[in-house]
Design a protein around this ligand. Structure first.
Ligand code: FES
Ligand SMILES: [Fe+2]
Length: 490
């Protein structure tokens, strides 16, 4: 089908416009298996049409506000529980200008300590690893894994510290969920369970990740603001120009974007696969299936490898055909029975987002997890890509993949084990420095997000503002408390 221009410009209420062609909910209605209930829980929440000021991406003063009030007050994924198997195993979680040591204690708990010596501030750990205690390299103050100060050379000289109640390492809040460890530096944070409620509800009911292992993990420094990078992975709108090689089997513009106002930290993006883009003129089911299989096999465009080609009748649903093939192939590859898993779980990109910067895919087809963190200037950031694969049915749990680090200059292809995803990721990444540079143009005023396909970005910016505003209000209050002279009498 070719979407006519008139279909695209039919006037509708802002935020309720939809592309021509089937919606994600239409795809789900034709699934060959019962679909997870969470997939039916979709919710549009228009966020207006105003431009978002570009200063939020390029201005160091805005980055300072984020550093001060966003990264210090939100739940962020610091590591995975498998990284903290034994007492003393720890991960250094650096974000903005803050650093935490996330550690397994001798009692088996997971704790997060601010990574700064209580003497003169030295970072206690700069690398992940296993230690028996945390000893500062500068003058040798030492803390036990439970945060207690156990050694202080010349303790006679520090009566204000030695054996005083506040000599323990200050802690941040910790929560674990689905094998991931989250931290929050706020003094009295909203409990993770309510902060992430929609995410928890959906994953615990339908998308359990605890039966999976980390099959791949790479962290790349990226030459763009963290929001520029994150937003590049949050919509299907860019497929037409950035990934034209997948249009034959990607319902890009038919994607679904959900915001649940009652759970504002969680949003979702669903992009259907195994159906053609509405940008193309009508393809046969055979063409859609061939294009998808060739891509999945990493073959030259449109070339289905020998032995894989199947005849697809003209009245077939290409989604069902490809899902059947993937169901069988993935069952074999991972040694698991996927016979009752729905087409959408096998095929679609269902990407949840937990504010500010954690994004796990649901389903079993891709099973990626993303994380973003700001860099040392507004012009760089770090992006993590993790792939979670199902544990084999024989009860074994493969070793978790170690972290691969890619520099600003390296390409995703240099990450071992990324497969054909490297091409797609590199296409995304190639745009980012150009976006960052263009945002600095004197002629560019604001970012004109789409009112539906980019609603989630609008929502994220509102959430960032909410955290900054709350932080600024707290600071005014605490400054007044600290310095009563500032408050006029009466
Ligand atoms: S700065 Fe850590 S012991 Fe002196
Ligand atoms: Fe992309």
């Amino acid at each position: 089908m070719t979407a006519t221009e008139s279909e695209h410009v039919t006037p509708v209420e802002v935020g309720h416009a939809r592309s021509a062609g089937p919606s994600v909910q239409d795809f789900l209605a034709r699934d060959t298996r019962p679909v997870p209930a969470s997939m039916l829980d979709n919710s549009a929440a228009p966020q207006g049409a105003a431009d978002v000021p570009k200063s939020r991406y390029v201005d160091a003063r805005f980055a300072e506000l984020e550093n001060e009030y966003l990264w210090t007050s939100t739940w962020q994924m610091a590591c995975m529980e498998v990284d903290l198997e034994q007492p003393g195993d720890h991960v250094v979680y650096d974000v903005a200008d803050q650093s935490l040591i996330v550690v397994r204690t001798k009692a088996g708990e997971i704790k997060a300590y601010h990574n700064a010596c209580l003497h003169r501030g030295t970072k206690l750990r700069v690398d992940d690893g296993r230690v028996a205690s945390f000893r500062c390299p500068f003058h040798g103050w030492r803390w036990d894994l439970d945060g207690t100060l156990t050694e202080l050379p010349a303790e006679w000289d520090f009566p204000q510290v030695w054996e005083q109640p506040d000599s323990c390492l200050p802690e941040a809040a910790v929560a674990t969920w689905q094998g991931f460890v989250f931290v929050n530096m706020a003094e009295d944070p909203q409990p993770f369970d309510t902060y992430a409620d929609k995410l928890i509800e959906h994953f615990e009911r339908d998308f359990d990740m605890t039966g999976r292992y980390r099959a791949f993990w790479a962290t790349k420094e990226v030459p763009a603001n963290w929001k520029v990078c994150m937003e590049a992975f949050g919509e299907g709108y860019h497929v037409i120009a950035t990934h034209p090689q997948i249009l034959e089997f990607t319902a890009d513009e038919n994607s679904e974007y959900s915001i649940w106002p009652e759970s504002p930290h969680v949003t979702r993006f669903v992009n259907g696969f195994g159906a053609q883009s509405p940008h193309l003129s009508e393809l046969t089911p055979q063409q859609v299936v061939d294009a998808y299989l060739a891509f999945a096999a990493n073959s030259p465009k449109g070339k289905v490898p020998d032995g894989m080609r199947i005849d697809v009748p003209d009245d077939a649903n290409p989604r069902a055909v490809v899902a059947d093939i993937f169901r069988a192939a993935m069952s074999d590859r991972f040694g698991v029975d996927l016979s009752d898993r729905s087409d959408t779980e096998l095929l679609d990109a269902t990407l949840y987002h937990l504010f500010p910067a954690f994004a796990p895919w649901a389903g079993i087809g891709q099973s990626l997890v993303y994380r973003w963190r700001p860099g040392s200037t507004p012009d760089t950031c770090f992006m993590d890509v993790i792939r979670m694969a199902p544990n084999p049915d024989d009860g074994s749990v493969p070793e978790p993949a170690p972290q691969q680090r890619l520099t600003l200059e390296q390409r995703w292809h240099e990450a071992e084990g990324m497969g054909q995803l490297a091409d797609v990721f590199q296409q995304d990444m190639d745009n980012l420095p150009r976006v960052q540079a263009g945002l600095k143009s004197r002629g560019k005023r604001g970012v004109s997000f789409g009112v539906y396909q980019e609603t989630r970005m609008r929502m994220h910016h509102r959430m960032i503002d909410a955290y900054i505003d709350a932080g600024l209000a707290r600071d005014v209050r605490s400054a007044d408390e600290l310095d009563p002279w500032r408050t006029p009498a009466g």
